[in-house]
Design a protein around this ligand. Sequence first.
Ligand SMILES: Nc1ncnc2c1ncn2[C@@H]1O[C@H](COP(=O)(O)OP(=O)(O)O)[C@@H](O)[C@H]1O
Ligand SMILES: [Mg+2]
Length: 415
Amino acid sequence: MEPTTVAPETEAVPLTEVVTTTAAPVPTGLSEFDRAMGGGFVPGSVTLLGGEPGIGKSTLTLQVAAGMARREGRVLLVGAEESAAQVRLRAERLGALVDGVWLAGDADLDTVVAHLDRVGPDLLVVDSIQTVHDPAVTGVPGSTAQVRACAHRLVGEARRRGTTTVLVGHVTKDGSLAGPKVLEHVVDTVVELTGDRHHALRLLRVAKHRFGPTDELGLFEMVADGMRPVEDPGRLFLADRAPDVAGSAVLPAMEGHRPLVVELQSLVVRATTHHPRRSSQGVDPRRLALLLAVLERRVGLELGALDVYVTAVGGVQITEPGADLPLALAVTSALTGRRLGSETVACGEVGLGGEVRQVAHLERRLQEARRLGFTRAVLPESGPEGPPGMEVIRVRTLAEAVEATGLLGTPERAA
Ligand SMILES: Nc1ncnc2c1ncn2[C@@H]1O[C@H](COP(=O)(O)OP(=O)(O)O)[C@@H](O)[C@H]1O
Ligand SMILES: [Mg+2]
């Protein structure tokens, strides 16, 4: 039989003739949001905003909506999560009560599309994707089938109309991402709002971006009148720092392309049970366990009968390997009662052999630390020269770092 050939519905195009220009991003006026997004919303793009319940997604989107409306954009807010009166009260509190923002409380996707026809918004916000449902699909709102169907339809509408769209998705802490996770590939941009609910700090991370850089970070403080952009995080994590307490070390961290100087603290006490506690906040407990093993085996510290507590101050979550060295030094300092000195930062990955390894962007980190007044840095041997005014101590191993910083020996009285 002859093979059948099917005429394609669209023509393939030579790669060399593909047009690469996308529309320029439109700023929302909320500086840290625009920074994270690479300038603002690319018109017609679809963004998924994920985050835990209560973290501030509705607050952020309302501020962004008001920002767009102030710049002559029409905005449609769709959501069955809160009543119109609640949204209005929030808008009043945030100073976001502006003309050009429309509300629809419907959960039915056909109705949402009808609202799109009538309002003709430049920006559509669906808060949240888990509360809308498509009557043509079985399943309760929030089920994977519903979330997927609704997102596909809304993405289709966004593309057809050129309407910039934000889908808000709840994500739970235990990683049950059933809703938003299935959407990541259908949207253009994925941003996550994170933070510790007991602290004011909120981080907006861009995990995927079809039209701009990923790894960008926006920083906010959650205050009564909304998300306040933090343009210079400089001393944010160092405020209220007790000078010269044992058990403290400072990490010049990098979050995406942004340096954040963060204090790490440790406290070591005699264990009261046969199972010593290892407690960590803002630090991966597995990383802590590994560092304690390295400290035992490669530095010779005895930690087996001690409870060890570590914290990244300020409600920030530190996941980068560069935190190993300051964390190990903080624990050592807590154990021996000798202080690292409040002018010192440390950065480096620690291997199982006790070796201290290179991490990325050390120059940028040191510049920021110097700007904030730090004058001494403990770094891997291959580390760069410090900026003027900064003494650099290069170490090959954790044992060398402990030695060079004078953490071993008799405890100081004031510690
Ligand atoms: N009246 C208020 N004054 C100050 N902060 C408030 C007020 N109401 C709510 N908040 C803050 O807003 C948070 C809820 O933010 P929201 O944007 O609704 O989160 P999400 O949409 O992610 O669930 C609360 O956790 C609280 O910190
Ligand atoms: Mg909400």
